[in-house]
Design a protein around this ligand. Structure first.
Ligand code: CMP
Length: 142
């Protein structure tokens, strides 16, 4: 299995619940390392750029409003098979469908306020990482 990097976002609902530490613990205990971290509060315009691939979806406006409603923590995670492993730890997008013991099953309130975001491919991970971080912000450990 190749070492990969992926972008994780701890979303406004999870930051507000003060469960940043619990979420990062799950990453670390499952073989992922945090190699960059940045807390920020996106504007709706910035959230719209990040989620541009969803711009035609009916939930796009609400998603941008929600993602700009409070601070988030953007992380770069590194580890073997990091893209798929992160998605496994997150659970399904809709927390009602998330496997027990996943981050979304334990912390998400709704399909919108669903605690975390994770890149869905290595290619998208590279784009999403570059949205938040420059090369000098990233500290490889593998
Ligand atoms: P995320 O993994 O961050 O990617 C896009 C987000 O859109 C998704 O998580 C959800 O929080 C949000 N979203 C809101 N409504 C829907 C929906 N009906 N289907 C998929 N994603 C949705």
């Amino acid at each position: 299995m190749a070492v990969q990097r992926t972008l994780s976002i701890i979303k406004p609902d999870a930051v507000a619940k003060n469960v940043i530490g619990d979420i990062i613990r799950r990453f670390e205990e499952n073989g992922l390392s945090v190699i960059a971290a940045r807390m920020t509060h996106l504007t709706a315009e910035q959230a719209g750029r990040f989620y541009a691939v969803h711009r035609e979806r009916p939930f796009y406006r609400d998603l941008c409003a929600y993602m700009s409603s409070g601070p988030i923590l953007a992380l770069v995670l590194e580890g073997k098979n990091a893209v798929a492993l992160n998605r496994q730890l997150m659970g399904a997008t809709n927390p009602a469908e998330a496997e027990p013991g996943t981050i979304r099953a334990d912390h998400a309130d709704s399909i919108e306020a669903n605690a975390v975001h994770g890149s869905d491919s290595e290619e998208n991970a590279a784009t999403e990482i570059a949205f938040f971080f420059g090369d000098l912000d990233i500290h490889a450990r593998a």
